[in-house]
Design a protein around this ligand. Structure first.
Ligand SMILES: *Cc1c(COP(=O)(O)O)cnc(C)c1O
Length: 414
């Protein structure tokens, strides 16, 4: 590349990714095929509108790309309609709100401090300024079970137009049937924001909310789904809803679609249909369990008591007296990347909370199995227990580098 400054930064980032272990549960590595599509000449093209209904000429190939992406998304998630244009997860959610709600309408979503996402009503977000968000919570953070009784009471009292299932820091199984039951009782539409677990659902190793009657699924495409940075909105069968969503994306909140990203989404969806991807998804779950067991053995409290999916939320402050921020920093020093996270009922501030959140999608892509994951968990705990011991940290860093070298980031997945 002629731009030496940027080229150098790309190389540095490649090295950082190659040498460290990525435990942020929302991150992953894409295949070279996804990367190729994402870096293709489709980035040059304007294609406002939808296949067959565009506002610019020259759409012979963009139409085929988007149609393929839509067909594959529908097949993968077992639904009738897909909008593959959202630039990312946040605009996907915003588009659903814009499509189905009027200003002032009420939405019921998971409380942020119990695992919900910023886009489900954090006061700093635009949707929170336009709509009224009310919340449900876990009944007991040590089992992780949602308080469905309370959810029903709030739904009856607040009459939400939309009920959201979905999370970014929750490790247990949701009872989708209960959501649908409550929504039907109060006449609400149901949306599952599956950003984190879309890959696990696509592979069939976690339950598909559509099978329990959910109306809409929104998701990112870059987390467990292992595609390019982007979003999707799926509608199970209601054509009216699907039409409103299309209009809300374009011209509602977006202009021209990023056709290079859509091409890369299509490639990722194709990869996700293979038996190899199913094996990958199963291994993500097994690996998370292996890490859970090590934390359990070391008596470190996990929110929900453990994990049913790809991620773990651990109360490191409560169990080890190490704050989330300290844990994030000291683990960074030894080549392990994860993030600090608030836990339910946290008495500490969001910028230095009690918890850490980590997960297995990226290391599983590298080929880690249960044995290596248990080893990483042991090393994490060793560092957390000896956070001021330089010698121990150096020796762990060496082991992490060795593991990273032994399991290079693969380029081909199928
Ligand atoms: C990651 C995530 C999003 C937002 O996705 P962006 O691509 O970062 O905008 C939305 N909802 C949930 C549940 C997420 O985990």
């Amino acid at each position: 590349m002629r731009d030496k400054k940027i080229e150098k930064l790309i190389k540095s980032e490649e090295k950082r990714q190659a040498e460290g272990l990525e435990l942020i549960p929302s991150e992953n590595y894409v295949s070279e095929d996804v990367l190729r599509a994402n870096g293709s000449v489709f980035t040059n093209k304007y294609s406002e509108g939808y296949p067959g209904r565009r506002y610019y000429g020259g759409q012979d190939f963009t139409d085929q790309v988007e149609t393929l992406a839509i067909e594959r998304a529908c097949k993968l998630f077992n639904c009738k309609y897909a909008n593959v244009q959202p630039h990312s997860g946040a605009p996907a959610n915003l588009a659903v709100y814009a499509a189905l709600l009027s200003p002032g309408d009420t939405v019921l979503g998971m409380d942020l401090s119990h695992g919900g996402h910023l886009t489900h009503g954090h006061p700093m977000t635009l949707p929170a300024k336009i709509y009224k968000f009310v919340t449900y919570k876990m009944k007991n953070p040590d089992t992780g079970e949602i308080d469905y009784e309370e959810m029903r009471r709030v739904a009856i009292a607040e009459k939400p137009k939309l009920i959201i299932a979905g999370f970014s820091a929750y490790s247990k199984t949701l009872n989708y049937k209960k959501f649908v039951e409550i929504a039907r009782e109060v006449g609400a539409i149901t949306m599952a924001d599956m950003a984190h677990i879309a890959g696990l659902i696509a592979a069939g190793v976690l339950r598909n909310p559509f099978d329990d009657g959910f109306d809409i699924i929104t998701s990112t495409t870059h987390k467990t789904l292992r595609g390019p940075r982007g979003g999707i909105i799926l509608t199970r069968e209601d054509e009216e809803i699907a039409k409103k969503i299309d209009k809300a994306i374009f011209p509602g909140i977006q202009g021209g679609p990023h056709m290079h990203t859509i091409a890369a989404k299509a490639v990722a969806f194709g990869e996700a249909m293979t038996p190899k991807f199913k094996k990958y998804a199963l291994q993500i779950l097994k690996n998370a369990k292996a890490m859970e067991q090590v934390f359990h053995k070391n008596k470190i409290r996990m929110i929900g008591g453990g994990t049913d999916n790809h991620l773990i939320l651990a109360d490191v402050f409560g169990s080890l007296g190490v704050t989330g921020k300290e844990a994030q920093t000291v683990l960074d020093e030894v080549g392990i990347t994860l993030n600090m996270n608030s836990i339910a009922g946290d008495t500490r501030k969001p910028l230095d909370p009690s918890g850490i959140r980590f997960g297995t999608p990226a290391i599983t892509t590298r080929g880690f199995k249960e044995k290596e994951c248990a080893c990483v968990a042991e090393l994490m705990i060793k560092v957390l227990k000896n956070k001021d011991n330089k010698k121990i940290k150096e020796s762990v860093h060496k082991e992490i580098k060795k593991l990273a070298k032994k399991f290079p980031i693969p380029k081909k997945f199928v």
